[in-house]
Ligand binder design. Structure first.
Ligand SMILES: Nc1ncnc2c1ncn2[C@@H]1O[C@H](COP(=O)(O)OP(=O)(O)OP(=O)(O)O)[C@@H](O)[C@H]1O
Length: 244
């Protein structure tokens, strides 16, 4: 069974149109979505999360049709670009937040979040305020929060874009390790070929609202005849590790 299946999705925002677009991500697969700025990646993520209205198509998560479901019932762990942490809550309360809003009994919250906390080495930070954490620590907290509810699909929107290069590498290595440990299918938007090479099983390329190519990155690099794909990776490859 696929972790995510999108069939014939179309939507628009202002004058911009996405689709029709179909995509599948297998159970446990790490899928990276790339594309020039403004190609529609964030709109697609919002549609999958249930934060934007679609016009046609269906979205299935682990076989369940979630097209009409509210975001909180879709079983998605979402890490937005800026981490989206609550500055007035400490690390522990940030990670616990999705469990408490789903009504997890208070005496079960610590146990439910323990694996995510331990896997990401966050135990020493639990009582810290969000202010004062490093960028990498914030990203780990955001990731632990997304994993605490044991999502069926993890969605990461440029999760390391605010970090310097060594920190990006470290957090991406951590992402791979944690993703495998939780065996959670992952949809990760990024702009860096180096990042995609480090984490992905497969890569998809969006261009002007369409998913124009998807596959193993090395194959896309050597075999794709699509001009937009070649242009994307040519620019990206020359300035490896830099955003386009
Ligand atoms: N609410 C909106 N109203 C009008 N236009 C929108 C709206 N949201 C997005 N767009 C437009 O849709 C297009 C795609 O936006 P989107 O944010 O999905 O791009 P992206 O590929 O995620 O870009 P980036 O890599 O820069 O984050 C852009 O031209 C954007 O201006």
């Amino acid at each position: 069974m696929n972790a995510l299946e999108i069939n014939g999705l179309s939507m628009h925002a202002g004058m911009f149109r996405v689709g029709e677009l179909s995509l599948t991500i297998a159970e446990g697969e790490y899928f990276t979505l790339m594309g020039r700025t403004g190609s529609g990646k964030s709109l697609l993520l919002k549609a999958v999360c249930g934060l934007a209205r679609i016009e046609t198509g269906r979205i299935y998560i682990c076989g369940d049709d979630v097209t009409a479901l509210e975001p909180r019932f879709r079983g998605i762990g979402y890490v937005p670009q800026d981490g989206g942490l609550f500055p007035h809550l400490n690390v522990r309360c940030n990670i616990a937040f999705p469990l408490t809003v789903r009504g997890t009994p208070l005496n079960r919250v610590a146990a439910e979040m323990a694996e995510a906390v331990e896997t990401l080495g966050l135990t020493p930070l639990l009582d810290r305020a969000i202010r004062g954490l490093s960028g990498g620590e914030r990203q780990k907290v955001a990731l632990a929060r997304a994993l605490a509810c044991r999502p069926r699909l993890l969605i990461l929107d440029e999760p390391v874009c605010a970090l310097d290069e060594p920190a990006r590498y470290e957090i991406c290595a951590e992402l791979c390790r944690v993703q495998k440990k939780f065996n959670v299918a992952t949809l990760h938007v990024c702009h860096s070929r180096a990042e995609a090479e480090q984490v992905s099983d497969r890569v998809g390329v969006m261009h002007e609202g369409q998913l124009i190519e998807s596959g193993v990155l090395s194959k896309l690099l050597s075999e794709s005849g699509h001009e937009a794909v070649q242009r994307l990776f040519k620019t990206n490859g020359k300035r490896l590790n830099h955003e386009i």
